[in-house]
Design a binder for this molecule. Structure first.
Ligand SMILES: Cc1cc2nc3c(=O)[nH]c(=O)nc-3n(C[C@H](O)[C@H](O)[C@H](O)COP(=O)(O)OP(=O)(O)OC[C@H]3O[C@@H](n4cnc5c(N)ncnc54)[C@H](O)[C@@H]3O)c2cc1C
Length: 264
């Protein structure tokens, strides 16, 4: 690990000012991705700004038809939240599927969406549930947030403060985990929202994506059978030692059907 200056601000404004003033500042949330990156010397920030002392960034609020989760809220807290389980059970179930107990007790939703790992679970929930990502500067719609492999529209000095999920009429997430890391080889979230049916796939491509053909079929008939015959070309899907592009294309259909059946 290279040397860096460590800061532990107590509010978002202070964190934003430290980030803006740093030569190459990095925010630290659960550290599940950042710490290994530093240890491997893949990043060499001048300043690390630890968000763990900022109380306003943590917690879960259910207000009418919206579940708002603070950026530093741990996956384990989302998984065990009675309010999330009641309002969006699929979201609590997704959080419960992330990694292992250590990862779930350290990793945060803000870190997960900002990092946008192509095999991470939360991006599928954010996109399928038509969530909004709140930052210290603006509110960003899910469809605009994820832009590519490990890339989002976040600016270098922008801090995710919360993610807001509108409560869907029904939703489910189905994941085929890579057995060692538990990341998604393919994960599919299906949701019926105020804006229609949305299907988001993670793990299969460079970045989470929606499947228009499935959304259209499910809009007329919300059943697993409605997905029969819909397949994705493997051309642009991931292929690695864990699974070929063809295998992932097949898994998208299987996971989507399971999610639809589970959503009821
Ligand atoms: C062994 C292992 C298994 C895992 N398995 C899974 C899995 O099955 N599914 C899954 O989805 N994930 C998995 N993860 C990822 C993990 O769950 C975390 O979501 C991920 O590491 C990022 O969250 P973090 O809070 O640890 O962020 P950090 O590591 O602290 O930060 C990650 C990145 O996000 C930035 N960042 C953090 N917080 C903010 C913020 N509020 N605003 C702006 N930028 C911010 C940081 O600067 C950094 O660039 C796994 C990780 C490990 C180590």
């Amino acid at each position: 690990m290279h040397d860096f200056s460590y800061h532990r601000p107590s509010n978002v404004a202070e964190a934003a000012s430290l980030l803006a003033g740093a030569e190459d500042g990095k925010l630290l949330a659960g550290g599940q991705t950042l710490i290994p990156t530093l240890k491997l010397r893949l990043a060499r920030p001048s300043d690390v700004i630890d968000l763990s002392g900022i109380a306003e960034l943590s917690g879960i609020k259910v207000d009418g038809g919206t579940v708002t989760i603070g950026a530093t809220t741990r996956h384990a807290d989302v998984a065990s939240s009675a309010e999330v389980r009641e309002a969006i059970p699929a979201l609590a179930a997704l959080a419960e599927m992330i990694g292992d107990p250590q990862v779930r007790n350290s990793g945060s939703i803000g870190g997960a969406v900002a990092n946008n790992d192509p095999a991470a679970d939360y991006p599928a929930a954010v996109l399928a549930l038509d969530a909004t990502v709140e930052t210290n500067k603006r509110t960003i719609a899910a469809d605009d947030f994820f832009t590519g492999i490990f890339e989002t529209v976040l600016e270098a000095d922008e801090i995710v403060t919360a993610v807001s999920f509108p409560v869907p009429s029904r939703a489910a997430y189905s994941k085929f985990p890579q057995p060692a890391s538990r990341f998604a080889l393919v994960g599919v979230m299906v949701a019926e929202t105020g804006g229609g049916v949305r299907v988001a796939v993670t793990g299969a491509g460079a970045c989470v994506f929606r499947v228009a053909a499935m959304e259209s079929a499910l809009s007329s008939d919300f059943s697993a059978q409605a997905l029969d015959g819909i397949s994705l070309p493997p051309d642009e899907l991931n292929s690695d030692i864990h699974g070929s592009a063809e295998y992932r294309a097949h898994l998208i259909g299987v996971m989507a059907s399971r999610a639809v059946a589970a959503a009821g």
